[in-house]
Each structure stands twice: as C-alpha cells, then as structure tokens.
Design a protein around this ligand. Structure first.
Ligand code: AMP
Length: 273
C-alpha cells in the first residue's frame, strides 16, 4: 500500500492507472462500516483508493471538528489489511486555499433534515467530494446508506455535473446489538451506548408496525418518538427515496431517518424500507 499526502504524488499514481479505480472517501477513525465499503471496492476494482481527511468545511462552528477522533496509525493498518492500494491522507492546506470557488447543495433536498439541522454541512461535503473525485478519477465510488441524504446529494451532484462516476450504495453495518457503527460512537459512555440502542430499536418497531399493515406516517413516527424519549430528538422523518416528504408509507420506496443527541453526541441512523 502506498501512503500519499501530496496532490502531485497522487496525480502521478492515478495517471498511470488504466484499470478501474474504486474509491472510498472517509474521515478516518475507521470501523467495520468503512471496512465493508473498502472490501466491496476491493472485489469490484483493480485499484482501490481510500482517502482520510477530516473536512473542516462540513463542520458547523460549534461542532466537534477539533475533537473528531483521529487514529491514523490504526487506520493505516486497517487499510493495509483490507487490501487498499493507495491511501491518500492530505492535510488541510493541500485540499483548500483561501477564497475558493464553492459548490452549493440544492435548495430543497439540501436544506431539509440534516441540511436544516446543520446548515452549510452539505455544501462542505459536496465541495470536498468533488475535489476528491477530480483527483482520484474513480470508476466507482462507495458510500454508506448510513448517511442517506449525503448519498442522495452525491448522486445528484454526479447527475447534475455530468460526472462519469458510478456511485455505489453500501448497506449499513451495525454492532451485535443493532447500533449503527459510527466514528462518533467512541464519544459514548457505557450508559449512553445503552440509551443509543433505542435508535435502532425504534426503527425495528416501525418496521414491525409496517409489516402489520400500518402506513400512516404520523402513527409510525409517534410510536418511534416514545421509544426515543430519553434522547434529545432532532428529527424523525419518513421520506420517499428521492427525499420527498410523504404522508403514507410507500412500500420499497421509503426511508425512515433519525437524528438525535445522546448526551452531547449527535447520532444519525435510518432504515430503507
Ligand atoms: P465518514 O468517515 O463518517 O465520513 O464515513 C465515510 C463513509 O463510510 C461514508 O460513505 C459513510 O456513509 C460510510 N459509513 C459510515 N458508517 C457506516 C456504517 N455503519 N455502515 C456503512 N457505511 C458507513
């Protein structure tokens, strides 16, 4: 595995590739969720590139940029073991200059749910993903359904800007108790981790109700709210898979999304149903 930190070296390594490149962009503190994306990229491409970059433009001022978990040594080992060919670990001055041209998230889909809770977040996400796409020139890029709205917006960016990249949607990886893996889980105390299990529990309960025939979104979300009472709920929404608000559950075309805080840790989860 080659570890690269500069644009020049990355471009040199990429430009000599004529075979399919699978790309997994991450912010590091890698866990099994990231590894599942890397493994899928490994099976579907000749060359696998992973980036680790904690992107400052996607954090709001009061968010956890300065304390975001960093585990470079372990991350390098994980990538090596997972069969990564190129690990790109740039620093901030490599990726950004001052007074940049910026990209804006779309006005509707980019400003509901996560976009409403975290204004500007998706502008930063799209900016860095586009930069990385331009550098890595992937054939296939792998993103987790865990960040469902991010995934939808990246697909839209690829469509709107006519990029020739396949966006591959990867399933959410959970721990043995159902908690969706996240780098931010490292912030949780034991008791908070227990409480966080109510997130996936509420998603399971909604699934049960749907299987019993319930389609009314209010009834479904109210039931979930009860389960999530002990947490500081930001939103529970059920949307269609193209992120339109719906009143009635649409079979095989709906996503249930949750954002909530457990103590000071903000967690998101969702279920595609
Ligand atoms: P991050 O490092 O949080 O920016 O995540 C990098 C990529 O890993 C994104 O495409 C995420 O959606 C994906 N990811 C994060 N957690 C999980 C998970 N538990 N299961 C599957 N994919 C995940």
């Amino acid at each position: 595995m080659e570890i690269i930190t500069t644009i020049q070296k990355l471009q040199k390594a990429i430009n000599k590739q004529s075979q399919s490149i699978g790309f997994v962009p991450t912010m590091g503190a890698l866990h099994e969720g990231h590894v599942s994306l890397i493994k899928q990229a490994r099976t579907e491409n000749k060359i696998v590139v992973v980036s680790i970059f904690v992107n400052p433009t996607q954090f709001l001022k009061d968010e956890d940029l300065s304390s975001y978990p960093s585990k470079n040594e372990a991350d390098i080992k994980i990538c090596d073991l997972a069969g990564v060919d190129i690990l790109f670990m740039p620093n901030i001055n490599t990726m950004y200059s001052d007074d940049e041209i910026a990209i804006r998230a779309p006005k509707i889909r980019g400003f509901i749910l996560e976009g409403m809770s975290r204004p500007g977040h998706f502008d930063g996400v799209l900016q860095i993903v586009l930069k990385l796409f331009n550098l890595v020139k992937p054939t296939n890029a792998y993103f987790g359904k865990k960040d469902a709205q991010q995934l939808a917006l990246i697909k839209q960016m690829v469509d709107n800007l006519f990029l020739s990249i396949n966006i591959i949607e990867c399933e959410i990886i959970r721990d043995e108790n159902g908690l969706a893996l996240s780098s931010r889980n490292a912030y949780l105390s034991k008791a908070e981790k227990e409480l966080a299990l109510n997130i996936s529990k509420s998603l399971k309960e909604a699934t049960q109700l749907i299987l019993q025939g319930e389609k009314n979104i209010n009834i479904l979300t109210n039931k979930m709210k009860e389960t999530l009472k002990g947490t500081s709920l930001e939103y529970i929404k059920i949307v269609s898979r193209d992120f339109k608000y719906i009143d009635t559950y649409e079979p095989q075309n709906s996503i249930i999304l949750i954002a909530t805080k457990i103590g000071s840790t903000r967690l998101i989860d969702n279920l595609w149903i």
